[in-house]
Design a protein around this ligand. Structure first.
Ligand code: PEP
Length: 264
């Protein structure tokens, strides 16, 4: 049975709609050098960046040519595989660019683009069909927190996202309270643990106990190098999804080097 100690911590940087392909190259180079200078150990932490679609080819070429120990993924994908869907991007195209991961159901997609639980589920299934690991984003708004309490919405969103997913399929789940994204407000490590444990139980119900034990659960919402340690000390928090702070390579590298300050 997989245990928490077997889950490789994951630090993921969501660039959102920032940085063109030239700026992307500069950031990835600086990030890789900063991590190297800091003697970052990729065996102990997986670091990934999620640039805009238009940067992916440049990021892929750079990481491949310079053999950087960085993973990368896209911020969204189409639920469809190909055809008359103007503006959409197929998971097949992302896989052809060597993306390992794809964000699905980020709150900015749920809120700004009307993505329902059904759409998120269709996107998760599309990611899996194309051999991409979906990073499924779940989280409650402030109003939902008041109405339903801490874990209800993230648990319901996790179960909905995993409908029809086969046992043994690798996924990542990111708990991102909507009220904490880009606001400077942070959930407490204790809340992140409570929700992380509830999400893990939901994965066990939707898939299997073994899947639940193997799945990495991230916290996201105003994570910085100064507050990451508290989250990563929690047994059911296996990493972070980082927005704003991932645009600063020094700060992001500081987050990726969390084991140093967690003292584990
Ligand atoms: C995010 O966009 O996923 C996020 C967590 O943003 P920030 O770190 O800026 O709150």
């Amino acid at each position: 049975m997989t245990t928490g100690a077997d889950r490789r911590p994951f630090i993921a940087g969501n660039w959102k709609m920032n940085l063109d392909h030239l700026q992307a190259i500069a950031l990835v180079q600086k990030l890789a050098w900063t991590l190297k200078d800091a003697a970052y150990d990729p065996k102990g932490v997986e670091v990934a960046v999620f640039p805009p679609f238009t940067d992916l080819r440049s990021v892929q070429t750079l990481i491949d040519a310079d053999r950087f120990d960085l993973a990368f993924g896209a911020q969204d994908l189409s639920p469809k595989d190909s055809g008359a869907y103007t503006g959409d991007i197929s998971g097949a195209f992302l896989k052809a660019l060597d993306c390992s991961y794809v964000l699905v159901g980020h709150s900015e997609r749920r809120q700004g683009h009307g993505e329902t639980d059904e759409v998120v589920n269709a996107k998760v299934l599309a990611a899996v069909r194309h051999g991409l690991v979906p990073v499924i984003c779940v989280g409650e708004t402030e109003a939902e927190l008041e109405q339903h309490g801490t874990s209800a919405v993230p648990v319901a969103q996790t179960k909905a996202a995993l409908a029809g997913v086969a046992a043994g399929t690798p996924v990542v789940v990111a708990y991102e309270p909507v009220w904490a994204i880009g606001t400077g407000k942070v959930a407490t490590p204790e809340t992140a643990q409570e929700v992380g444990a509830a999400i893990r139980a939901a994965i066990a119900e939707a898939l299997t106990e073994e899947d639940a034990a193997a799945t990495r659960i991230l916290y996201g919402g105003s994570v910085k190098s100064g507050n990451i340690a508290g989250f990563l000390r929690q047994p059911d928090v296996d990493g972070a999804l980082v927005g704003g702070a991932s645009l600063d390579p020094t700060e992001f590298a500081g987050i990726a080097r969390f084991p140093k300050h967690v003292g584990v």
